[in-house]
Design a protein around this ligand. Structure first.
Ligand code: G3P
Ligand code: MG
Length: 270
């Protein structure tokens, strides 16, 4: 069975989610990060997806290239051919020198080869909200067309989520909430979301209950403290995004079978 936006009873996603692949332990949103997160036992990853100037979906958090690549300026101005030649690893440290930016297509191939899941945060460049939501949703529907579980699409941006819904209404969606507001739940419902992903500073048992009563799942970001995580799990939380893949290891390490992971990376297309 394929999970879609209307399958309200089913929630097939793991409750532990590695932020940007591996938190701070590897260069965010790169293959190296996802590989490390998987080695630490994570079965689901959060990452940030935006569009190149020529419409290629790829992974990058910031609007600017400066912090996490050797490029400069607005990422939105660059075609994929130029982006693909940037170094997105050296900023983190010498072991990752030359690590490239990653196309969504490459990530899809790796995840599908290993049966891993993903929360794709749609991160539109300013002014590109509608196109980003629509194009990312259409690519996801194509890339995961044979999958049993589709990626969970999320965004802080309502325009991008609406565009994703209009393009591919069956893909599961989540509204990201950085500041809780009176109408947060209503906004998520109007977008047909199956979940809300709330900044943990604003989440408590009462809000988790309210989200559940609205027939949605309650997820949170970015929890790096074990006590805080325990409090939220006891409050009924459904999913937690963390940087601390070294503190929270949701499954046994895959060290006994490293060959499977290494072989799967050979399928990657960058
Ligand atoms: O998707 C959860 C979290 O990643 C949202 O914040 O800035 O880390 O993308 P940010
Ligand atoms: Mg994010």
């Amino acid at each position: 069975m394929t999970l879609n936006a209307s399958s309200t009873a089913l929630w097939p996603y793991p409750c532990w989610i590695a932020h940007r692949g591996a938190g701070d332990l590897a260069p965010e949103n790169t293959m190296a990060a996802f590989r490390l997160g998987a080695e630490h036992g994570f079965g689901m990853f959060e990452c940030d997806v935006r569009l190149s100037a020529d419409g290629e979906p790829y992974l990058l958090h910031d609007d600017l290239l400066d912090r996490t690549t050797n490029g400069r300026g607005q990422a939105a101005l660059q075609p994929w051919d130029a982006l693909s030649r940037l170094d997105a690893g050296s900023w983190h440290g010498r072991p990752y020198a030359g690590e490239p930016l990653m196309r969504l297509e490459s990530l899809a191939r790796w995840l599908l080869a290993l049966g891993l899941m993903v929360n794709l945060e749609i991160k539109p460049s300013p002014g590109d909200e509608e196109r980003t939501g629509r194009v990312v949703a259409n690519h996801v529907a194509r890339l995961w067309s044979q999958a049993h579980v589709m990626p969970l699409l999320s965004s802080f941006n309502v325009t991008a989520l609406k565009a994703a819904r209009n393009a591919q209404p069956d893909l599961p969606r989540a509204l990201l909430i950085d500041q809780w507001a009176q109408d947060s739940i209503r906004t998520a419902q109007e977008l047909g979301c199956r979940a809300m992903v709330v900044n943990h500073r604003y989440l408590d048992e009462r809000k988790i209950d309210a989200i559940h009563q609205a027939d949605m799942k309650a997820l949170t970001y970015t929890v790096n403290n074990a006590d805080r995580a325990a409090t939220l799990w006891l409050s009924g939380l459904d999913g937690l995004i963390t940087d601390r893949i070294d503190v929270f290891e949701p499954q046994a390490r895959l060290g006994a079978h490293p060959g499977r992971l290494i072989l799967a990376t050979d399928l990657m297309l960058v």
